[in-house]
Write a protein that binds this ligand. Structure first.
Ligand code: URA
Length: 431
């Protein structure tokens, strides 16, 4: 392992044997965290070529079991985001696609760095089990059309360990590591069709659209080489998606979208992702898929489907019918505008960090999460504000965190005289 670290530190390309040695050894516990962390940092700094990324992905996908989806009737579809702030689209698109007859076998992750994770969000629903046996998982996909689980069991265990290690060693935002992490899970979990939501902007791991496109192309190619139908939608993450950041707060917002009570950026991106998922599984034109998606939001079928999924996984749906029933944070704090004008910037990375400080994410591996913590934005870029208008409300159960979180939040916001131009929401679709 020492030699492998030194080779990558010095800019060398790792061989198939070296990558395989590392993935197997780290997964079975023979290679300690400190050596794996050193290699991750060397990869972060020196990159990997296409061949190394493909080998790393394959080794990680084969590090444990691979799901056999043959027990599911019809084509299965999965969706994965590269990670963002306020990104609760999984909670929205999974029930939508299932309500339209799709079979969604969704394996999600926990929060990573300043970004949230679907598993943490789902666990804010009382009783919701994100660990199911493979039999239960398949049974739910077959009968209800969807199931959302964590990376449980033994699917891509190498990624499970590396993901947690990267989260606390500043080695997340790296194309080879993100591509192999996401695609190893997607290949191991066996869905026929995969829609990737590749985020670009300050709150994403890829800060520019060009880098996001590079990552997207790499992942689409890995998926296609493995015989899957894949599309990647590159979406804006310069500003948080929607208004809520933090676990139960985001579930509440997802419910609003599914009940047809909220439009805007979150609605638009969710419609696009769900339509792409439908298009891959049905081969219908994208425009027709978009209309069908809007229809099941409008007629309440997607919301009913969410409740069915939650019930099947032991969750209490009363919090979905009445989101006021969610556990509340002990403290809240309003941030007010310091001048009048227009919101011209809302840096999503800083808002993600502020929400982690409030307790919505982890600062160290294995830290507990405060499911009620986070931020609700009251204004978004382009909105006009008067001095003293509330810009956002911070929620936490630990009062001592508010000072720091407020400082970081304030540094994320700019208020200008001029109304800023409209943000592009969806940059590109790569198929
Ligand atoms: N999501 C993942 O599953 N892995 C990453 O590395 C980043 C986002």
């Amino acid at each position: 392992m020492f030699d492998i670290i030194a080779k990558k530190r010095d800019g060398g390309a790792l061989s198939v044997e070296e990558i395989s040695f590392f993935v197997k050894g780290y997964t079975n516990g023979e290679i300690p965290d400190y050596q794996a962390a050193a290699l991750l940092m060397a990869i972060y700094l020196n990159g990997m070529n296409d061949e190394e990324i493909s080998v790393l992905t394959k080794e990680m996908a084969q590090s444990g079991d691979t799901a056999d989806m043959s027990g599911i009737d019809g084509l299965t579809v999965d969706k994965h985001s590269t990670g963002g702030v306020g990104d609760k689209t999984t909670l929205i698109v999974v029930p939508i696609v299932a309500a339209l007859g799709g079979k969604v076998a969704k394996m999600s992750g926990r929060g990573l760095g300043h970004t949230g994770g679907t598993v943490d969000k789902l666990e804010s629903i009382p009783g919701f089990r994100t660990e199911l046996s493979p039999e239960e998982f398949f049974e739910n996909v077959n009968t209800i059309g969807a199931s959302m689980i964590g990376q449980s069991g033994n699917l891509a265990p190498a990624d499970k360990k590396l993901y947690a290690l990267r989260d606390v060693t500043a080695t997340v935002s790296c194309i080879p590591l993100i591509a192999s992490s996401i695609m190893s899970k997607k290949l191991a979990s066996g869905s026929d069709c995969i829609v990737l939501d590749v985020k670009a902007g300050s709150g994403a791991f890829m800060k520019t659209v060009e880098d996001a496109e590079r990552l997207a192309v790499r992942m689409v190619n890995i998926g296609k080489a493995a015989g899957r139908k894949v599309s990647a939608v590159i979406t804006n993450m310069d500003i948080p998606l929607g208004y809520a950041v933090g676990n139960s707060l985001e579930v509440c917002e997802a419910v609003k979208i599914l009940k047809g009570e909220q439009k805007g950026d979150l609605y638009e991106v969710s419609v696009e992702l769900a339509a792409n998922m439908l298009m891959l599984t049905t081969d219908k034109p994208l425009e027709e898929c978009r209309s069908e998606v809007k229809e099941v939001i409008g007629n309440g079928k997607a919301f009913e489907k969410l409740k069915e999924i939650v019930t099947a996984q032991g969750g209490d749906t009363s919090v979905l019918d009445d989101t006021e029933l969610f556990g509340k944070a002990k403290y809240f704090f309003e941030i007010k505008a310091w001048r009048s004008g227009y919101i011209s910037k809302l840096d999503s990375e800083k808002i993600g960090i502020s929400s982690v400080i409030l307790g919505a994410g982890r600062e160290k591996k294995g830290d507990p999460i405060d499911h009620s913590a986070g931020i609700v934005l009251r204004k978004k870029p382009g909105d006009s504000v008067n001095e003293d208008d509330v810009l956002a409300v911070l929620f936490t159960c630990d009062e001592s965190r508010i000072f720091e979180a407020e400082k970081v939040f304030r540094s994320a916001v700019e208020i200008s005289e001029e109304k800023p131009g409209e943000e592009t929401l969806i940059y590109k679709v790569i198929v």
